[in-house]
Design a protein around this ligand. Structure first.
Ligand code: 9WO
Length: 247
């Protein structure tokens, strides 16, 4: 899958995507990252990218012209069709379902803005989707673009090993993760739920499912609200609630 990211800080974007499993996916050519600096598509001596907004007021706006030329160069570089995504607090909330949807595409183009934003005429004519990663304002769209690329790349075939993929399968069902424990020199096994030391894999799977349901109920009841629980899950969650009341 090919990613084209438009940013005034292209090195920052590519650096962020060099680490871990995602970095390895690019090294192994499971995905390709191309960064584009709209400043390279200016023609004046000052390589000017920003202008004062019509109507006045504080701050600067990214001009449409360099972005139009940049986008044309991106399309000329590869004919694979791709939606243009603009990272902005005004966008639709990004989530795992959107990541899965994007992971099915051969290519996406991401626009990371700076300053107070981008000339609305460019957005109206050339942006397909506006995407938000949360209700906060950053200094630019680079980290949101990196966030989207990371979430999508790890879903591509061959990026995660079988063990990680299996874990993902359970987490992908719209529930929060269960608690994890491992060997500790100083803590021993104190505070580790007995079932995890029992070696009974059926009971362990059941405990983890119950924790996932329970933690989701405690911390993100909104996620459960839009979910139809199986009879077994409903029983597990009721058990969790009962234990919660006992403690
Ligand atoms: C800056 C600003 C300053 C004064 C008053 C209002 C203001 N709004 C902004 C603003 O939204 N700046 C954005 C910075 C312009 C587009 C790129 N920037 C950005 C993207 N900040 N935060 C995001 C973002 C993107 C996706 N999800 C969450 C946040």
């Amino acid at each position: 899958m090919r990613f084209d990211v438009i940013s005034l800080f292209p090195d920052y974007v590519s650096h962020c995507l060099k680490a871990g499993v995602v970095g390895r996916a690019f090294e192994r050519s499971i995905a390709q990252l191309h960064t584009w600096n709209p400043r390279d598509f200016t023609h004046d001596n000052y390589r000017r990218i920003d202008e004062r907004p019509f109507g006045g007021g504080p701050g600067m706006v990214m001009m449409a012209d360099p972005l139009l030329e940049c986008l044309q160069a991106i399309k000329d570089a590869d004919v694979t069709p791709a939606p243009v995504l603009y990272m902005s607090p005004q966008g639709r909330p990004f989530n795992q379902a959107k990541a899965r949807e994007l992971a099915r595409l051969p290519r996406v183009i991401l626009l990371a803005g700076r300053y107070e934003g981008v000339d609305q005429r460019f957005l109206d004519t050339h942006v397909d989707q506006e995407i938000s990663i949360g209700d906060f304002v950053l200094s630019g769209g680079e980290l949101p673009a990196v966030t989207v690329v990371d979430a999508v790349v790890r879903l591509l075939d061959g990026v995660l090993n079988d063990a990680d993929s299996a874990i993902q399968d359970s987490f992908e069902q719209g529930l929060l993760d269960c608690p994890h424990y491992t060997r500790s020199e100083s803590l021993g096994t104190a505070g580790v739920p007995d079932v995890l030391l029992s070696g009974n894999h059926a009971l362990i799977a059941r405990w983890r499912r119950k924790q996932s349901l329970g933690q989701t109920w405690l911390k993100r009841p909104d996620l459960l609200g839009s979910m139809a629980l199986s009879k077994q899950d409903a029983e597990l969650l009721n058990e969790f609630k009962t234990e919660q009341n006992a403690n």
